[in-house]
Write a protein that binds this ligand. Structure first.
Ligand code: SF4
Ligand code: MG
Length: 316
């Protein structure tokens, strides 16, 4: 609720603060239990920062995060262990996020032991069980990450996160580094595990076709702010925000006999250091009006749990 993450920008030998990068600026949303909320946007729009700030891996500059109605920041101060177990993250780069000097057994088993989910006697069975669930061969558990393919390494990253039996998982571009042929295997694995382990996902990706495959609802970010959020069917059939419309116009329609006009946006995404005032999209919006340059459009429900931040729809 009202989540903000600003990074100080320092310059010179004295590292004087000369401004802020407004990576996430006043973002509010909820994720329903056992659903997948897809979070899309171009690189640098604040998706990963949102995911990390939600888990308090980054301290929010402002705003609050609630998990099961409990304030995450407050609980982490009192009893960090339990919440850390329940809220996990899967990273984009399966190689960089796995310790190359640890065997798969230790990578997965370390946190299991720390959280007391298995004792010395049953740890090995526990690790074998989660590896098998993630489509890895338990007999390979004493190998090192470099001995596995990219897809298998991502399965190890998934096994590590899910070994703790979390309830909420931030999946931060978990298939972006993989070949397209491997992507759907890993997406299907994540879907199967979600059903089996009753998981709730925030699924971050820059790729709309990936998000379409896995999400129940989809949210779009632009320059640190949410611009639209809707149930998947509604999102694809009735996109309301001009930015969402432009993004959707770039992906092929499932029906090849239908044609859609490609909406080309002019210019680049402005810098998050001095973002444009008013609607942050106004510098590139084909439908910008005078007020868009000065007023910030509120992010509101325009009916049917379809949220949008644009004066064309949330006028008043
Ligand atoms: Fe475009 Fe204005 Fe809507 Fe922003 S508020 S998306 S500039 S029409
Ligand atoms: Mg990212």
């Amino acid at each position: 609720r009202g989540l903000k993450k600003y990074f100080p920008l320092r310059k010179g030998v004295f590292r004087r603060a000369v401004g802020h990068v407004q990576a996430v600026d006043d973002v509010s949303f909820f994720v329903n239990e056992r659903e997948t909320l897809g979070l899309v946007g171009e690189s640098g729009c604040g998706k990963s920062t949102t995911g990390r700030t939600l888990l308090h891996l980054l301290e929010p500059t402002a705003g609050e995060v609630f998990f099961d109605g409990r304030n995450v920041g407050q609980i982490l101060k009192k009893d960090p262990k339990e919440l850390r177990r329940q809220m996990q993250i899967i990273f984009q780069d399966p190689y960089g996020s796995l310790n190359p000097r640890m065997t798969v057994h230790n990578i997965v088993g370390e946190a299991v032991r720390y959280h007391g989910l298995a004792g010395q006697a049953d740890l090995d069975d526990y690790v074998c069980d989660i590896l098998a669930k993630c489509g890895l061969r338990p007999e390979h558990r004493f190998r090192y990450p470099h001995e596995f393919s990219g897809g298998q390494r991502q399965r190890i990253g998934i096994a590590r996160a899910l070994a703790l039996k979390p309830r909420f998982v931030v999946c931060d571009e978990p298939v972006s580094a993989l070949d397209v042929s491997i992507q759907s295997q890993v997406l299907n694995l994540l879907k199967d595990l979600q059903r089996e382990m009753k998981l709730t996902y925030l699924f971050i990706s820059h790729d709309l076709s990936v998000v379409r495959h896995i999400s129940d609802r989809i949210a779009v970010m632009y320059l640190g702010r949410l611009v639209e959020l809707a149930a998947k069917a509604d999102f694809f059939s009735n996109p309301l925000h001009p930015y969402t419309q432009a993004l959707l116009s770039a992906i092929p329609l499932p029906d090849p006999t239908k044609k859609r006009e490609r909406i080309l946006l002019e210019g680049d995404v402005p810098s998050p250091i001095n973002p444009p005032p008013g609607c942050r999209f106004h510098t590139r919006c084909p439908r910008a009006m005078e007020r868009c340059r000065v007023e910030v459009p509120p992010f509101i429900d325009v009916g049917g749990d379809h949220f949008v931040a644009c004066f064309l729809h949330s006028g008043a």
